[in-house]
Design a protein. Structure first.
Length: 144
């Protein structure tokens, strides 16, 4: 049985849907894919059947650069199920180079306010989660 702190739990495994299947196929290859609207030209995340900006269904998939900036974060000291080993951890919103923002975790750096500078350059990495690969972000190796 899992402890009250979730120490024995596993992290949740994402389940692809028809709208997200292409996204998860990309993450399995170590690629981050987002959608772009053919009508208004805006890129967006999370995957869905129509553009959240203009409602067009003229949507294509495009490979994102994997570069981002840290937009905001919160440091969690109370782990969600499966996250006890990595406490504290950052629950972050990053802004992709292409414009959309996505929620993720920050890895490869101490999750402290001294190490997590807003607007810091980040790059995508992938963490295995069951049979899926989940995008996480780490400080960019080419950052000044």
């Amino acid at each position: 049985m899992n402890g009250a702190d979730g120490a024995g739990a596993s992290k949740a495994v994402p389940v692809p849907t028809p709208d997200t299947e292409r996204y998860w196929q990309g993450t399995a290859r170590g690629e981050l894919w987002i959608q772009r609207c053919g009508a208004c030209g805006r890129s967006y995340f999370y995957p869905r059947g129509g553009c959240p900006h203009c409602s067009s269904t003229d949507v294509t998939w495009t490979r994102a650069s994997g570069r981002a900036r840290l937009h905001t974060y919160v440091i969690s000291h109370r782990p969600a199920p499966g996250f006890a080993r990595g406490t504290p951890y950052a629950i972050a919103v990053v802004e992709l180079e292409e414009g959309p923002r996505m929620m993720t975790n920050i890895v490869g750096v101490a999750n402290t306010p001294e190490q997590l500078d807003l607007d810091m350059a980040l790059e995508v990495d992938f963490e295995p989660r069951g049979d899926q690969m989940v995008p996480v972000f780490r400080p960019a190796t080419d950052a000044p």
